[in-house]
Design a protein around this ligand. Sequence first.
Ligand SMILES: Nc1nc2c(ncn2[C@@H]2O[C@H](COP(=O)(O)OP(=O)(O)OP(=O)(O)O)[C@@H](O)[C@H]2O)c(=O)[nH]1
Ligand SMILES: [Mg+2]
Length: 218
Amino acid sequence: MTGWEVRRAEIPGISRRGFVSPAGMPPETMRAKVCLVGEPEVGKSSLVRRFVYDQFDSRYQPTLGAKVSKKEIDLRVGDQPIHAILTIWDIMGEPSFRELLREAYFSNLQGILAVGDLTRSATIRATADWIDAACRVSGSVPIVVLGAKADLTAEPDASGLILEIAERFGAPSWSTSARTGENVELAFFAVADRIARNGLLERAAASDQKRESPERTP
Ligand SMILES: Nc1nc2c(ncn2[C@@H]2O[C@H](COP(=O)(O)OP(=O)(O)OP(=O)(O)O)[C@@H](O)[C@H]2O)c(=O)[nH]1
Ligand SMILES: [Mg+2]
């Protein structure tokens, strides 16, 4: 399994909470690094601020380098409850730094939130380059494509472009607003859900393989 970590719930916080599904399945713990990518001022930091702190600030403060936040969420994949510990990397949108720092930003990455600004179509087209740059380091990982600032008037071709990019990368897409909160949780949960599903599938495939070819004992 590459990078993705899923373990029986051995961390004390979970057993104390006694979080058990109706089917009685114990929760699994998943740790995942996800990164928001996209051009300057598209609203990456605002999405993180809304998701992690439920706040919005209309002042623009460009991110310098990267800011890392943590958020724990509970999901369910089928009957399996998952306690996901997300490490969220919010990086600066300056493309000239992208090539320089991509190893640092994108190594061990398990999920990408690609963000374009619905009021500036060029920033939506540019998400493709950001996704390419990230995937060159991370390999194929779950992606969601987001059209940010849905509370403002979008450019006429914006939603079509979002769909085009999403289709190109086989990713789901949503319009979001950090100001109103529209679809913000959904976007982060969607990427975590896809990481969890892939991890469980990979683990099931690995255990099938082990069953089919058990190690021989002399
Ligand atoms: N109306 C509205 N404004 C938003 C929304 N999201 C972000 N903004 C504003 O857009 C500006 C840029 O937002 P940031 O979140 O800092 O953008 P960023 O992509 O992190 O920018 P960099 O760090 O420079 O890459 C700020 O003034 C935000 O308040 C939104 O959903 N609605
Ligand atoms: Mg920022």
